[in-house]
Design a protein around this ligand. Sequence first.
Ligand SMILES: [Zn+2]
Ligand SMILES: [Zn+2]
Length: 225
Amino acid sequence: MSGLCQCFKADTLAKSEGFDGLVGHRMAQDMKFQCACGALSGVVEAAGPKTGHHVACYCKDCRAFVRHLRQDARFPDAAGGTDLFQTSPARVKLTEGVEHLASLRLSPKGLYRWYASCCDTPLFNTGTGPGLPFASAMTANFVDGVAGLGPVKARVNTGSALGKVPPPKGFWPTLRAVGGLIGSLLAARLRGDQKRSPFFDAESGEPVAKARVLTLEERQAANRP
Ligand SMILES: [Zn+2]
Ligand SMILES: [Zn+2]
C-alpha cells in the first residue's frame, strides 16, 4: 500500500510561484474557512494564485476521506473530484473551535486527513509528518468561495474520475502542478514552515490530534464505487 495518497504524488509534479508569499501578493487575501456547523473556523492567510496551487484531485483516497465522513453531497464534483488549495501549513490559522480538530488516516502510512469532529466536515490534507510542509485545504469550506484562488490549474488523477472531467487536464498541466508543489515544498522547508504548522507540534513533530487509522472494512466501504 502506498504511503502517500496518489494525489500527492501526482500533485507533486509545476512550475509555480510556490507557497512563497514574498511575491505576488497583489491578488492574495486572507480567506476564511469554517466547518458545516460553524464551530470550527480559521483563515488561510494571503491565499491566491501566487501563494498556492488550486487543483482538483480525482484520486480514490480523497473521495474515500469525504465518503467515510458521509459528506458526499457536499464535496466531490460530478466526476468525483475534490477542489483543493495546496499551500504551506504556516499560512493556516485556526481561530475558533480548535478542540474539534481531528484526524484520520486511510492506511497506517497514509496522509493525515484533518476534519472537524463537531460535524465531520473534511478540512485539510497534510503530509505524513511536519517534514512535508504542505496543507491542502478543501475549498468547499471557504466562506467567500474560490474566486480569489484563480482558476483550477490542473485536474490530477483523472484516471480514477467517475465521469467526464472538464479541462484543464492532461499531462502538462499535471506536470506543472506537481513540479510547482515540489518547488513550494522545498521553499517551505527552507523557511522552516514545518515549525509553524497548526497540525504538528513544533517541538515533537507529533500531530496535534492523534489520527485514527481506518479499518480495512471502513476503507473498503469508503471506496465503494
Ligand atoms: Zn487525492
Ligand atoms: Zn462543525
